[in-house]
Write a protein that binds this ligand. Sequence first.
Ligand code: PLP
Length: 392
Amino acid sequence: MSENKMTVPFFKASIGKEEEDAAVRVLRSGWLTTGNEAHEFEKEFAAKTGAKHALAVNSNTSGMIMAMEACGVKAGKAVITTPYTFVSTAASARHLDADVYFADIEKDNYSIDPESIDKILDSEKGKNVVAIVPVHIAGNVCNMKRIMKIAKKHGVYVIEDCAHSFPSPTDLGFAGTIGDVGVFSFYATKTMTTGEGGMVTTNNDVLAKRMSQMRLHGMNRDAWDRYTSTKASWEYDIIAPGFKSNLPDILAAIGRVQLAKADEFDEKRKVHVEKYNREFSKLDFIKIPPTSKGDSRHLYLMRLNLEILDCDRNVFAKELQERGLGISMHFIPIFHFSYWKELYPDFKAENFPNAEEKYLETISLPLWPDMTEEMTDYVIECVKAVGEKHHV
Ligand SMILES: *Cc1c(COP(=O)(O)O)cnc(C)c1O
């Protein structure tokens, strides 16, 4: 049935011989769980981002829970984040029995609106807030200067969700080192991957210590220290009911290779994004995605100018799929999910007009380092064809 010229997957990770060799090296070494590879990975990630501490974890989600726990997020407390994110950002606070207050995104981009954060913190319920959790959607770094100022004024922590923002160097340092904690993801589709995995960065020694203990059962020494330090001992203390969030060495070894290639991946995405922007700026039914200093271009969030199209986003997306394009939607705002609607009755689209508007006009296009010229040409051709067909 398919008479399409080609199919273009939404994403394909760039995994080469080096990653294979790294994994095999660890398998043959006899040390499979967290050990030397994870420690080296942490050192290299800290060096790259300029963070004082980097802690390898098994996902961004577990890193986020650890970060929130260390900042004192618990029952009776709350965090502020955006409805325009993957649910785990908000769910992490619920795992700690805390509440989530949502601030709308800005009018012209997908970043949390600092003034909306400030308003919540000034209100009565704002007294419960212990942390602001900005999300650098698609690699666009939020207005961190303003957010840090607001956080300081109200005495709350800032935990950056950096699942999309690596590598993201800004005037204030790398995304993830500007706030108190940064939480990265190495999930299969992110800018660098270990299949599943993540990293937590902080310059705060107290938070680093708490997170490193909570990462492995609440133990006061990790397994590596116990088995390899000169003071080797079977003894340990348990200081809290901790988590099991450590990153195994097999994955850390793959991560080290990916980290070394991260800038090269970024350069390749940049070429594709610039081509999309150049071609799409000629089309009146497409709005070019926002960008920022340090934009890591994790996603290409194409927005439709629905006023001059006779179809909605869903029809447009479906027709792109029928032509062989892998597309996605980042993100379904959290207020559309039943759990969250039931939890907070006033958490609805009408109270978050900017998030809802972006949601209704956005489609994520294929974007990954090793796309060929033919592939990006074909993506552009499909977008043109569908848009012209539906142009009023
Ligand atoms: C992918 C993603 C996460 C979760 O990352 P995991 O490593 O899968 O836990 C969190 N936040 C955002 C914005 C994401 O895109």
